[in-house]
Write a protein that binds this ligand. Structure first.
Ligand code: NDP
Ligand code: 8X3
Length: 253
């Protein structure tokens, strides 16, 4: 029987690349996100290319009752989840705190912190029943440092940093590994979402240097997930060579 990996935020960027690389490794994939048509495209692609089973589940991680509906009541043939990648997340806006948009703050807190918790609560209890598993949280370099106007996004990723440590303490006696992977600047839909569809502003973020690709990060997820069972790579920072901290990027422009 193939192992099963659940990847949140599989419709684009890092989550899509993780789904793809783990399918290539022979994992059956539960792919989640809100955009159902992208999930169905991805499912077809992975089923054809890698001959694995794919279960597309379209729901909003911010809605605890939807998470319970789709994951708490998942059918028996999909319940033996050995790998959970908590990847769904976003930044919205880049304002100083005095002009911050309350709705932006709520979207980030509800997705990056509360969504991760809703999913982890259900899946970790399933992993305890099966006798083990591995949870990989996609944190950020923004969970290790703070940059001007990054206030709430950075706070949510600092929360992921704390939760990754806390979850490891809660779950290690159940043979569950908890890891965190913290990327620096990666070119995905991330900045398009942050700047609410302003493509020029989004492109400017990656001007003058070579950012990470989603595949670079998926490679690390693969390495961490496939480490021998007695090894937990608990915390990884991966940045472009042109980046030295959350706010230091060497741009040739
Ligand atoms: P993308 O915008 O390309 O992907 C984000 C994914 O999250 C999408 O699949 C999106 O799916 C999903 N998502 C967002 N909100 C929700 C929600 N409410 N419910 C369900 N799914 C949701 O960005 P990235 O791939 O770059 O981001 C992935 C993760 O990596 C995030 O946690 C981000 O914070 C983190 N990260 C990104 C970095 C970067 O520079 N790109 C660097 C460090 C960390 P859909 O819209 O279909 O719901
Ligand atoms: C995304 C990286 O530096 O844009 O988490 O916040 S950053």
């Amino acid at each position: 029987m193939a192992k099963i990996a659940l990847v949140t935020g599989a419709t684009s960027g890092i989550g899509r690349a993780i789904s793809s690389i783990m399918a290539k490794e022979g994992y059956d994939i539960i792919a989640t996100g809100r955009r159902a048509s992208l999930l169905s495209e991805l499912s077809k692609e992975l089923e054809t290319k890698y001959k694995v089973r794919v279960l597309p589940l379209s729901f909003d991680v911010r809605d605890a009752s939807q998470v319970e509906h789709y994951l708490g009541k998942i059918s028996e043939k999909w319940s033996d989840i050995s790998l959970l990648v908590n990847n769904a997340g976003l930044a919205v806006g880049l304002n100083p705190v005095n002009t911050g948009v309350v709705d932006d703050w709520e979207r980030m807190v509800d997705t990056n912190i509360k969504g991760l918790l809703y999913v982890s609560r259900i899946v970790s209890s399933m992993m305890i029943k099966r006798g083990g598993g591995h949870i990989i949280n996609i944190g950020s370099i923004a969970g290790k440092g703070v940059y001007p106007n990054g206030n709430v996004y950075c706070a949510t990723k600092h929360a992921v940093d704390a939760l990754s440590k806390g979850m490891m303490m809660d779950l290690y006696t159940h043979n569950i590994r908890v890891s965190q992977i913290c990327p620096g600047a990666a070119e995905t839909e991330f900045s398009q979402v942050r700047f609410k569809g302003d493509l020029d502003k989004a492109a400017d973020v990656y001007k003058g240097f070579t950012p990470l690709s989603a595949e670079d990060i998926a490679d690390v997820v693969r390495y961490v997930a496939l480490a021998p069972p007695h090894v937990n790579i608990s915390d990884v920072v991966i940045m472009p060579t042109a980046q030295a901290s959350v706010s230091l990027i060497n741009r040739k422009v």
